[in-house]
Design a protein around this ligand. Structure first.
Ligand code: SAM
Length: 277
C-alpha cells in the first residue's frame, strides 16, 4: 500500500530489513506516519532548518521531518542494521539526509552544527534520553544560547513531568531546576504504549524546550552542586541536606529559611544559593 510520502509502509521496511526491536537499544518504533508528523510539527516550522535526530531507527520520524520541509536531517544511529533502510530514505530525498553511525552520547553535536537554524527532534532511546538532555542543557563548551533553537523530544511521561516541574510539584528535582533555569519547557502531548512497536510498559510524552536567551547568571558547576546536595536528601530540611556545601551559613547568606525543603525552592532561589557558594 502506498504512503503519503511515496516510500513503503514502515512495517514492510522493518520486515524487509529484519529490524526486530532490541530492548538493549531502547528500540520502540513508531510506525504511524500521522503520529510522527504530529511530533515533527510540534517543533514548529522546519523550512530552512537543519534537524538533528537521535536514533532514527527505521526512519518513521525522519520521513516526517523531511516531508515537512526540513533543509537537512543529520541522524545519529547506533544500530548498523538500520542503515540500509535509512539509505532508501536518503535516495528519496537526495542530499537532505546525512546518517552518522555512532553513539549519540559520544557525539559532539555542537561541532556538527552548520550555520543557520538547528532544531533537535527525537524519539529518544529511554536509557540515554535524560543524559542527552543534560548534555544539551549544559554543553561542555559553556556556549549559551546553544547551537539549537529548540528541542522536541519524546520521553517516558515520568521523565517529561520531571523536566517541566516547578517548585512544590512532586516531580520537581535537579532536572526541573536545570531545564527551568535555561529553557522554557512544556509537555506537548502524551503517546500511549500501543502507538509503539513493541509497546513499552509506560506512557510517553513529547516535551518541547526553547532556550532562554538570558538565563539568570550562574556558574553551572555551582548550581549542580547545590541541586545535587539539596535533592540528594529531598525530604530533609535544607540546613541538613546542604551541610556538605555550607549548610545554614550558606542559606542565611542567600536569605533562605534553613528550615525549608529542597522541593519548595524556586529556580531563582537555587541560583541565589549557587551564587553565594
Ligand atoms: N526514531 C525511531 C522511531 O521513532 O520509530 C526509533 C526510536 S527508538 C525509541 C530509539 C532509537 O535510538 C533506536 O533506533 C536505537 O537503535 C537508537 N539508539 C539507541 N541508543 C543510541 C545511542 N546511544 N546513540 C544513537 N542511537 C541510539
Amino acid at each position: 500500500m502506498a504512503t503519503l510520502d511515496g516510500l513503503p509502509p514502515l512495517r514492510e521496511v522493518i520486515q524487509r530489513h529484519g529490524l526486530d526491536a532490541k530492548k538493549a537499544l531502547g528500540q520502540n518504533f513508531l510506525l504511524d506516519l500521522n503520529l510522527t508528523q504530529k511530533i515533527a510539527r510540534s517543533a514548529g516550522p522546519l523550512n530552512g532548518v537543519t534537524v538533528f535526530e537521535v536514533g532514527p531507527g527505521p526512519g518513521g520520524l525522519t520521513r516526517a521531518i523531511l516531508s515537512l520541509g526540513a533543509k537537512k536531517v543529520v541522524a545519529i544511529e547506533r544500530d548498523s542494521r538500520c542503515l540500509p533502510a535509512l539509505a532508501e530514505i536518503g535516495d528519496h530525498y537526495p542530499g537532505r539526509l546525512d546518517v552518522i553511525e555512532g553513539d549519540a552520547l559520544k557525539t559532539d553535536f555542537s561541532a556538527l552544527a552548520p550555520e543557520g537554524p538547528v532544531k533537535i527532534i527525537a524519539n529518544l532511546p529511554y536509557n540515554v534520553g535524560t543524559q542527552l538532555l543534560i548534555n544539551w542543557l549544559l554543553p561542555d563548551d559553556g556556549r549559551w544560547p546553544p547551537f539549537w533553537e529548540s528541542l522536541t523530544l519524546m520521553f517516558q511521561k515520568e521523565v517529561g513531568l520531571r523536566i517541566v516541574a516547578d517548585e512544590d510539584d512532586d516531580h520537581y528535582g535537579r532536572l526541573g531546576v536545570l531545564a527551568g533555569w535555561r529553557t522554557d519547557a512544556h509537555m506537548v502531548f502524551d503517546v500511549p504504549p500501543q502507538a509503539f512497536t513493541p509497546p513499552p510498559k509506560v506512557t510517553s510524552t513529547v516535551v518541547h524546550l526553547t532556550p532562554r536567551t538570558n538565563p539568570l547568571p550562574c556558574e553551572v558547576a555551582k548550581l549542580e552542586r547545590v541541586t545535587q546536595a539539596a535533592f540528594g536528601q529531598r525530604r530533609k530540611m535544607l540546613r541538613q541536606s546542604l551541610k556538605p556545601v555550607g549548610g545554614e551559613a550558606l542559606l542565611v547568606k542567600a536569605g533562605i529559611d534553613p528550615a525549608r525543603r529542597a522541593e519548595t525552592l524556586s529556580v531563582e532561589e537555587f541560583v541565589r544559593l549557587a551564587n553565594c557558594l
